[in-house]
Write a protein that binds this ligand. Structure first.
Ligand SMILES: Nc1nc2c(ncn2[C@@H]2O[C@H](COP(=O)(O)OP(=O)(O)O)[C@@H](O)[C@H]2O)c(=O)[nH]1
Ligand SMILES: [Mg+2]
Length: 346
């Protein structure tokens, strides 16, 4: 087994170095954050991340076998005690390869390494999985169940991710179960047929639909409908590539202080794009996330990572095209279960 210590500005950069030099089968033995310090007048050395990684074969190191931290060497993996890696390291390796947000894994790895092994703990992996489940649940925020009228909800995100369908599912749900004082509003006047699509649903649900072409019009519509319990605002898909289009949307959605903007993320969106979408849409005040199309994949880790990167409650999950049934309120156990099931345990 070969071991090496890597020092980098952040965990992503450290893991990239490990992967480049040791390959993707490398395992992380320890991670540590060093404190930033003042090195002299005006010279500040920022805090760094130290990662000690190991791989079960020789590798070509560009900088040699530089001072690794002997404290990081897990007992069961010491020379002469090979071949098996300790159960905790195997577990950590699995959650790392699942792509969970590095800072989340880092905290969990520290906890797992210091996990007190009691004689009553028969199955360590199960115990670690329980701990992971617990930490996943803790990381997910869900909205408080309250219905203080009037609620004004908007649905925002790129095109084709399920904004209109989600709005209609919620309109139908609340219309059937809670109140008929609901009004639909659309600002999606860009796409041919978008208003028509919503008009048909509004007719079926016997709900009023109003169209706002300008922010000022939206403000007036909201004022006019202040006696309703729920106002649902559909918006056009905005491209994260065109910041101006998101700014235009912000002009609409800041006309009233009570508008709660739901950022919709689709489970079918590529990992790197999700990150970028969230970063761009943060220009608008986001109250909560909604995850759509969870029926089309089981690759949920990237979605979960967004909950950790930009902390906001997750309000709903949608799981198909049927209105109104393919929607459910998000719960902590449900999300933890989705992520646990998305990890390749074997
Ligand atoms: N499989 C699946 N399809 C969905 C879901 N939500 C929406 N869709 C479909 O995705 C497509 C785009 O939906 P739409 O609501 O028009 O997206 P918008 O452009 O964001 O308003 C439609 O064909 C919907 O039926 C979902 O949860 N699962
Ligand atoms: Mg739409």
């Amino acid at each position: 087994m070969q071991i090496k210590q890597y020092v980098a500005r952040d965990i992503q950069e450290a893991l990239k170095k490990v992967k480049e030099e040791m390959g993707s089968e490398a395992i992380i033995l320890s991670t540590k954050k060093t404190k930033g310090s003042l090195q002299g007048p005006g010279i500040y050395s920022p805090s760094m991340i130290e990662v000690v990684a190991a791989v079960d074969r020789p590798f070509q190191s560009s900088s040699g076998f530089s001072g690794w931290n002997s404290m990081a060497w897990p007992a069961g993996a010491q020379k002469g005690k090979e071949p098996g890696l300790p159960e905790e390291e195997l577990f950590i390796q699995k959650i790392l390869s699942a792509g969970l947000f590095p800072e989340f894994v880092q905290g969990l790895a520290e906890e797992i390494r210091s996990f007190e092994k009691k004689s009553s703990t028969k199955n360590l992996t199960e115990a670690y999985r329980g701990l992971l489940n617990w930490r996943l649940m803790e990381s997910v925020e869900v909205p408080e169940p309250s219905f203080n009228a009037p609620r004004i909800w908007s649905f925002i995100g790129p095109t084709g991710i399920g904004k209109t369908t989600t709005l209609v599912k919620l309109a139908a749900h609340f219309r059937l179960k809670v109140t008929d004082r609901i009004a639909l509003i659309t600002t999606d006047t860009y796409r041919i047929g978008a208003v028509e699509q919503l008009k048909q649903y509004a007719q079926i649900l016997r709900l009023p639909l109003e169209t706002a072409y300008h922010p000022e019009e939206l403000k007036q519509i909201i004022e006019r409908n202040r006696d309703q319990d729920l106002l649902l605002i559909d918006t056009p898909g905005r491209s994260p590539q065109i910041p101006k289009s998101i700014e235009e949307l912000r002009d609409f959605l800041t006309v009233h202080p009570n508008i709660e903007n739901h950022l919709i993320l689709s489970a079918t969106t590529k990992d790197s794009d999700l990150e970028w979408i969230v970063d761009r849409f943060r220009l608008i005040p986001i109250s909560s996330y909604i995850f759509t199309k969870i029926d089309e994949t089981t690759h949920y880790v990237p979605l979960f990572n967004q909950l950790i990167r930009f902390k906001r409650p997750l309000s709903y999950l949608t799981k198909g095209q049927s209105v109104p049934e393919d929607i459910e309120p998000a719960t902590k156990p449900r999300v933890a279960h989705m992520v646990l099931n998305a990890i390749a345990w074997n």
